[in-house]
Design a protein around this ligand. Structure first.
Ligand code: BV8
Ligand code: ZN
Length: 251
């Protein structure tokens, strides 16, 4: 493994522009359940029961209860060494873009500046009537009791929904374009902590490769992405990323 990390360090030392795609695995060491792991979020609920417009139309209380429950877990969690290592990488590359599939805001809390949220943010809500977008979070004290499933309402009286991208919904227009634009000239793309099953994010390693970027995967397990990348680093993001940063020139 040491040699593989050494190779990653050489690739990064010879790169000027760095693209990073993250998934739930980078927040796992903060105690945030992933989606598909053994203790994953989808264990008790299936994605289609909760993260779709149909599910919200059918049962907005259940969907809000699930998001409020997740907010409670996130509010009681902190960024972990993986998030902070990514902040350090951003300082070391003039051309840097972090595209995250996560909605937990932990990259921003860790200090990442140039973050594109592919799937939205769990602490934003959007009005179904007037489309206003507001910051929305549970009061801290509710983080362990069953969440009141009162439906959050907009000042216009409209029902609010979580400002996240559900299955069957389009990725926010500009986000995908900006990510592809950056990727088209990136020297290296790090794909970290994602199972590579959710599209269109799952297609990014292939796109990066076709653009000529070196691709590095960091994950606990082998994923559908693993055969595609130039270098697969098996292990914890919270250990591997700091190890890499430690061996790069200071910013
Ligand atoms: C779209 C948001 C165009 C909110 C999420 C049939 C009908 C309709 C659509 C489809 C269809 N078939 C396919 C599709 C497309 C669909 C899709 O991909 N489905 C999959 C499941 C087959 N995609 C979409 O619908 C997308 N939109 O395509 O629009 C369109 C429109 C209509 C019809 C067709 C196409 C929208 C997708 C966005 C969905 N929203 N969440 C919320 O979070 O609640 S997805 C959800 O999964 C999260 O955002 C999450 O980020 C994302 C990906 O999961 P991962 O991040 O990879 O997490 P996971 O648990 O899976 O894996 C964690 C990994 O970390 C593991 O590999 C583990 O080993 C690793 N790990 C764990 N610990 C560590 C670690 N690694 C390192 N260190 C550790 N410590
Ligand atoms: Zn409104």
């Amino acid at each position: 493994m040491k040699e593989k990390i050494e190779i990653a360090i050489q690739i990064l030392k010879n790169s000027r522009s760095l693209f990073i795609l993250t998934g739930a695995g980078v927040s796992a060491e903060s105690g945030i359940p992933t989606f598909r792991g053994k203790d994953g979020l989808w264990k008790n609920y299936s994605a289609t029961d909760l993260a779709t417009p149909e599910a919200f139309r059918r049962n907005p209380e259940l969907v809000w209860e699930w998001y409020h429950w997740r907010q409670g877990i996130i509010l009681n969690a902190n960024p972990n060494p993986a998030h902070y290592a990514i902040v350090e990488l951003e300082k070391r590359y003039k051309d840097f873009l972090l595209l995250t599939q996560n909605v937990d805001n932990l990259h921003q809390r860790a200090g990442s500046k140039n973050v594109l949220e592919l799937h939205g943010n769990i602490f934003r809500a959007r009005c179904l009537e007037c489309n206003k977008i507001i910051h929305h979070q549970i009061e801290q004290k509710f983080n362990d009791s069953p969440h009141p499933n009162r439906l959050p309402k907009c000042s216009c009286g409209g029902l609010l929904r979580p400002d996240v991208v559900w299955f069957g919904e389009l990725i926010p227009e500009g986000i995908w374009q900006r990510a592809m634009e950056f990727l088209s000239s990136a020297d290296v793309a790090i794909i970290c902590g994602t199972s590579g099953v959710v599209w269109p994010a799952a297609g990014i390693p292939e796109i990066a490769k076709n653009y000529g970027a070196k691709t590095i995967e960091i994950n606990l397990e082998v994923t559908p992405i693993s055969p595609l990348v130039d270098l697969s680093l098996p292990g914890k993001a919270g250990e591997i990323l700091p190890e890499i940063v430690k061996n790069l020139p200071a910013p």
